[in-house]
Write a protein that binds this ligand. Sequence first.
Ligand SMILES: Nc1nc2c(c(=O)[nH]1)N=C([C@H](O)[C@H](O)COP(=O)(O)OP(=O)(O)OP(=O)(O)O)CN2
Ligand SMILES: [Zn+2]
Length: 128
Amino acid sequence: MPGRHRIGKTFRFEAAHSLPDLSEGHQCARMHGHSYAVEFVLTADRLVPPGFVTDFGELAPVKKLIDSTLDHRVLNDVLSVAPTSENLAAWLASWFVEHVEPSLPGRLVSVRVSETASSWAEFVLEER
Ligand SMILES: Nc1nc2c(c(=O)[nH]1)N=C([C@H](O)[C@H](O)COP(=O)(O)OP(=O)(O)OP(=O)(O)O)CN2
Ligand SMILES: [Zn+2]
């Protein structure tokens, strides 16, 4: 049947941020924290044995990056741009394409960042 396989893996971490460019009265201008969830989605033109887009285990470097760089940090100190969900998703996608994707059979489709249970922002890569 025509179609395309995609896989996803979700990583979680705790971090603080503020968005100082917002008006003073905006709740997100104040320093506050979130339990973040980040989902990486990959695809591939064909499966590799035993039938994987990419072994979920090969995404371990993402957990390593998150644990060492984002978890229990102030995201304003990590990103050079405002730490919105949109900017964080693009930052993670760019890092993944440079450092992890070259050694994988699959390729990154999107990164979705959730700050809360009811909101998310996604960076979708152009077809490459
Ligand atoms: N497009 C975006 N909008 C907002 C972002 C963002 O990254 N991208 N971020 C924030 C704040 O960080 C805020 O902490 C989260 O906003 P919000 O979902 O409004 O949080 P609440 O806890 O108030 O959500 P409720 O479900 O309404 O309780 C703001 N906007
Ligand atoms: Zn926030």
